[in-house]
Design a protein around this ligand. Structure first.
Ligand code: FES
Length: 159
């Protein structure tokens, strides 16, 4: 499902509600941050600051958690979610070159969103289609036996 980032006030209100529902408990930081991401599609800076303040936790600790778990997103999601599989089977078939092609073509690193919010990029560790690796997915649609020169045409379909 495509998610659109909420306006700042909405992000603030939803973050406060989630923290309140978790009793401001610093032992529930990961859960709180997961719930924020589920609600907003990412963990915006305002949510990071509010979580630190309302749970009486140093901001550095919040950032540490967000950096440690690679499922947390610090940028708003794009309209199209691109994932490159870096599982072993895809990796040995050149998946890293697919990732590099996307990164250089769209100035995009894993975990980021393009400035125009067109694409978000992430990598995954196996989507269960190892036989057709290297694999890339766009909004869940699988593209197998990808070659770097095919990236432009595949992603060009997504405006
Ligand atoms: S390793 Fe890429 S689909 Fe399994």
């Amino acid at each position: 499902m495509q998610q659109v980032a909420a306006p700042l006030e909405d992000e603030r209100a939803k973050t406060l509600e989630i923290i309140e529902n978790n009793n401001h408990d610093p032992k529930r930081l990961v859960k709180i941050l997961q719930e924020i991401q589920a609600e907003l599609g990412y963990v915006p800076e305002i949510a990071q600051r509010l979580t630190a303040k309302k749970t009486n936790t140093p901001a550095s600790q919040i950032y540490g958690i967000l950096s440690f778990y690679n499922f947390f997103r610090l940028f708003p999601p794009g309209r199209h979610s691109v994932n490159v599989c870096l599982g072993t089977a895809c990796y040995v078939k050149g998946a890293e070159n697919i990732l590099k092609e996307i990164s250089s073509r769209y100035e995009l690193e894993p975990g980021q969103t393009t400035n125009d919010r067109r694409f978000s990029l992430d990598f995954v560790r196996c989507v269960g289609c190892c036989a057709i690796g290297p694999v890339m997915t766009v909004n869940g649609k699988v593209y197998g036996k990808m070659k770097p020169e095919e990236v432009k045409d595949v992603l060009g379909e997504y405006k």
